[in-house]
Design a protein around this ligand. Structure first.
Ligand code: BGC
Length: 745
């Protein structure tokens, strides 16, 4: 009995001890930290408060703030009221909580969030207001989950259509990129949360991303790959930036003096913090000196990080001064004050997975759908006399919120295309569903061998005979067939680039056979990156493009198919006929090996196709509507301008069709007389305008003449060449409707 009592008492004491230890490990609440902070009685002035805090910190405490102390937090100093810096991905909404020391889900039941449309989709709206809506909405969700930093937006340029993260990035065009990035960042940061703009920089491929050294000329860097990052810092005042995995001109991006110190801080005046991509750090002293502030990483003991014990050792050995370390700690404290994480009064509390946020996701999805082809006017679907619809394809039911290598979202709502149609089609219409193709991947080990350059998933392209039969039966027995093809987030994924542009899983054959038995077939692609649609384009009259489109994606898509929403999405990249037509492939400069040289230079995306006169399958900026738009009366407010002037371009946009709709008027500029190489044309303005059926709107786009500048390598500056420039307005890069000339003096 006595023994039993002793055992029980010891067990209770042991449990209490564990509980107590857990208590210690758990970070203190915001309230506790505020109390501690208050008791320090520091100055109201933030700079002075920061100086006092740093003066009170030990070397270990300082260095504790410079590295991850869990998978998604960096260290705080509880005794001084400094919280951990809490981060969250990312690209599709607030990531589910994962364990502190591994990628395993934390297994919570309160970490559900809105699944937002991926960036490719946002870019296809060509609507900066929606980018702001997204930033504001996802920023609120991040706050509701108690975060300080959102690891977004991802704004690398889409250099190759094969890029595994194409769906996560906006576009191939630097102007569209910056016009979407800035409002997104403003939307997020107004919620007392900082963005982390990634992946800085030239992280344009997943193949060898951890080692590849990216080389290009300075002009290309400045004109194509940096503008959105620069705007993120100088215009949107982003508080943090993520250093990329790869190297640039010989140095890793997390220890790249030129990029982090010279460009980011000295040129652009960045005052925030640089956080490493996960496990992208390779040195202690060099990283810190060259501009990195926080090292984050993948599972290993956190004290072994380069900016942890090895940095303490380096400091003790005099390889780095405490003053240098203080500089980085001060930057971190500064951004923590900015987002009110330290001692914050009235910090935004946010909200998550609300109907309002699902509506935001819907609005973006609805404007992102791109109508590629409507030759028989099958769309919008005519409901009169329609009694049955075959819904064919694994993608009709496929969910994409959680999948692949990259960060996903745990959500209670992801309306699939099939569910969307069920929700929106009138009751009496029968839906005949057939899976059509199977999503299968080859397990062949040869596919992963060293000599294979690209290691993306290998799909099995044979159709299953029974599934095909079922699909043909459904198509035969229905008035209309809708095939949902394309890919998914297991096939398009972070950490690998796709091997080719082919439609996977036998879809080409499926589409062809279904159309043979039912010519009233609509093909809907669900994908985040270009595919080779040449073959199916030959025999498909109706083609729609949708994306990894968030919680409400299925409803938005059904509304477009039924005409409740008039499509207004435009491609944010070029859909080539063949991958060999694309610049990085035509110049045989992808994916490189130890190094990759961007041989196409400034001619990225449509700049290449237009300059080299290569026909794409679907051009940049392309997308149809259920109505027709006419552009006329293009003029500028003057004929001659100085390089510092604003050029006011105006025109009339008429909706001459039968339904209301939105058109994206696109402004391209050519400078054929230039003394230096220039692309045939470059996007320099755009406006999405709603016009009622039969009505006309006066549209004006202000084009700062400085947007016409090119980067002069010798003088290391932007120069606007005097001369004649053509200003063109169009409905896509290949559908230019009107042009005028102006002279820059
Ligand atoms: C990605 C980042 C992401 C980080 C944390 C990395 O693999 O490149 O974009 O934010 O993981 O999940």
């Amino acid at each position: 009995m006595r023994n039993k009592i002793i055992f029980i008492t010891t067990t209770i004491a042991f449990i209490a001890l564990i509980a107590c230890n857990n208590e210690v490990k758990k970070s203190a609440t915001e309230k506790d930290l505020k109390e501690v902070f208050k008791s320090l009685e520091l100055s109201e002035n933030i700079d002075e408060a920061i100086d006092s805090l740093v003066a009170k910190m030990t070397l270990e405490e300082k260095i504790g703030m410079l590295h991850g102390n869990s998978m998604f937090t960096s260290g705080g100093v509880e005794r001084l009221g400094i919280p951990e810096l809490k981060m969250t991905d990312g690209p599709l909404g607030i990531r589910e909580e994962i364990s502190r020391d591994s990628w395993a889900p934390a297994g919570l039941d309160n970490d559900f969030a809105t699944y937002y449309p991926a960036s490719g989709s946002v870019a296809a709206t060509w609507n900066p207001e929606l980018s702001y809506t997204l930033g504001n909405s996802v920023g609120q969700e991040a706050r509701a989950r108690g975060k300080d930093m959102l690891l977004s937006p991802a704004i690398n340029i889409i250099r190759t259509p094969l890029g595994g993260r194409t769906y996560e990035y906006f576009t191939e065009d630097p102007f569209l990129n910056k016009k979407l990035a800035v409002p997104f960042i403003e939307g997020v940061q107004q919620n007392d949360i900082m963005v982390c703009v990634k992946h800085f920089a030239v992280n344009n491929q997943e193949t060898n991303r951890g080692t590849v050294d990216v080389l290009m000329d300075e002009r290309t860097l400045r004109e194509i790959y940096l503008p959105a990052f620069e705007a993120a810092i100088t215009q949107a005042k982003a508080h943090s930036v993520m250093g990329a995995y790869n190297k640039f001109r010989g140095d890793y991006l997390c220890e790249n003096d030129y990029m982090l110190n010279k460009i980011l801080r000295d040129e652009w005046g960045f005052e925030g913090i640089v956080v490493s991509d996960w496990a992208a750090v390779h040195t202690s002293v060099k990283s810190l000196k060259n501009g990195l502030d926080i090292e984050m990483g993948t599972p290993k003991p956190f004290n072994e990080f380069f900016l942890a014990d090895p940095l303490i050792a380096a400091a003790e050995a005099g390889e780095i001064s405490e003053k240098e370390i203080d500089k980085h700690v001060k930057r971190i404290l500064n951004v923590l004050f900015k987002v009110k994480a330290i001692n914050g009064k009235d910090r935004a509390q946010g909200s998550i997975a609300t109907e309002a946020h699902f509506k935001d996701a819907y609005d973006i999805a609805a404007e992102s759908v791109v109508l590629l082809k409507n030759e028989k006017n099958m769309l919008p679907l005519k409901l009169d006399g329609l009694s049955s619809v075959a819904v064919i394809g694994h993608n009709a039911k496929k969910k994409n919120a959680l999948a692949g290598f990259g960060a996903g979202v745990k959500t209670k709502r992801e309306v699939t295309p099939l569910e969307g149609l069920k929700n929106k089609l009138p009751q009496g219409i029968k839906i005949n569903y057939a899976e059509g193709y199977l999503e299968r991947y080859s397990k062949n080990e040869n596919d992963q061998k060293e000599e294979v350059t690209l290691h993306g998933p290998v799909p099995v392209n044979e159709l299953d005979a029974d599934k095909l039969e079922e699909a043909l039966e459904a198509a035969k027995n229905s008035d209309v067939a809708i095939i949902f093809a394309g890919s998914n987030r297991d096939y398009e994924t972070e950490a690998s680039d796709r091997r080719d542009l082919k439609l996977p899983f036998g879809q080409e054959e499926l589409i062809k056979k279904v159309i043979e038995v039912n010519p009233n077939t609509i093909v809907v692609m669900i994908a985040g990156a270009p595919f080779d649609l040449q073959k199916i384009d030959n025999y498909t009259a109706t083609l729609v493009w949708s994306w990894f489109n968030g919680s409400e994606g299925g409803n938005a898509l059904a509304d477009v198919l039924l005409g409740t929403v008039n499509p207004s999405g435009k491609l944010p990249w070029t859909m080539p006929k063949n991958i060999e037509d694309s610049p990085a492939h035509a110049t045989n400069s992808f994916p490189g090996d130890a190094t990759v040289t961007y041989k196409e230079g400034i001619l990225v995306g449509y700049r290449w196709f237009d300059t080299k006169n290569i026909d794409p399958l679907y051009p940049f900026g392309y997308g149809l509507s259920y109505t027709d738009f006419e552009i006329s009366d293009l003029k500028t407010d003057k004929e001659n301008y100085d390089a510092t002037d604003m050029i006011e371009v105006s025109f009339t946009l008429k909706n001459s069709g039968a339904v209301d709709g939105k058109e994206v008027a696109q402004l391209y500029v050519s400078n054929p007389g230039s003394a230096v190489e220039k692309a045939a044309q470059e996007l320099k303005g755009f406006k999405k305008v709603f016009v009622k059926s039969g009505a006309s709107e006066k549209v004006s786009i202000v084009l700062p003449a400085k947007e016409l500048a090119y980067y002069n390598e010798e003088q290391k500056m932007w120069l606007v060449e005097p001369g004649t420039y053509k200003i063109k307005i169009g409905k896509s890069s290949r559908d230019i409707v009107n042009e005028v000339s102006v002279i820059i003096r």
